[in-house]
Design a protein. Structure first.
Length: 134
């Protein structure tokens, strides 16, 4: 039986593979709320990318606990890197990458990413091209 957790792990590995193939040094450090790290850390030419991987089966609003968003934001600041929510949308069979500054804080407890923000998020090719040239 596939659980949401096992599905997330599968997509973490898929993204890790794609980033390695694009020339990044990739470290998979899944957090699941246990520490302050991103699920995936990718480094290339001194550029540090941090990814919190999310899987959604259909395009819908994604709600995330604000304490996890705050932790990812803190790591982004500590390493002077770029943080993203890497969202794989099952019905689209595509990745979208939402920078942390585009995530909407809706309360003291939650942040959200709306379907339009997901659809307008960066694609993997955009990430590779944009952050390989900095």
């Amino acid at each position: 039986m596939t659980t949401p957790y096992s599905k997330s792990i599968r997509y973490e590995y898929k993204l890790t593979y794609k980033l390695r193939k694009a020339g990044f040094l990739v470290i998979r450090a899944p957090s699941s709320g246990r520490n302050v790290y991103a699920d995936i850390i990718a480094i290339k030419k001194r550029i540090i990318l941090l990814f919190d991987v999310k899987y959604i089966s259909k395009l819908e609003t994604l709600y995330i606990k604000k304490k996890y968003f705050d932790l990812l934001k803190k790591v982004e600041e500590i390493v002077d890197g770029y943080g993203f929510y890497a969202v794989y949308v099952g019905e689209l069979k595509e990745w979208r990458f939402i920078p942390l500054n585009q995530v909407e804080v809706i309360s003291e407890s939650y942040v959200k990413i709306t379907p339009d923000k997901i659809l307008n998020g960066l694609k993997l090719e955009d990430i590779v091209q944009q952050y390989s040239k900095i």
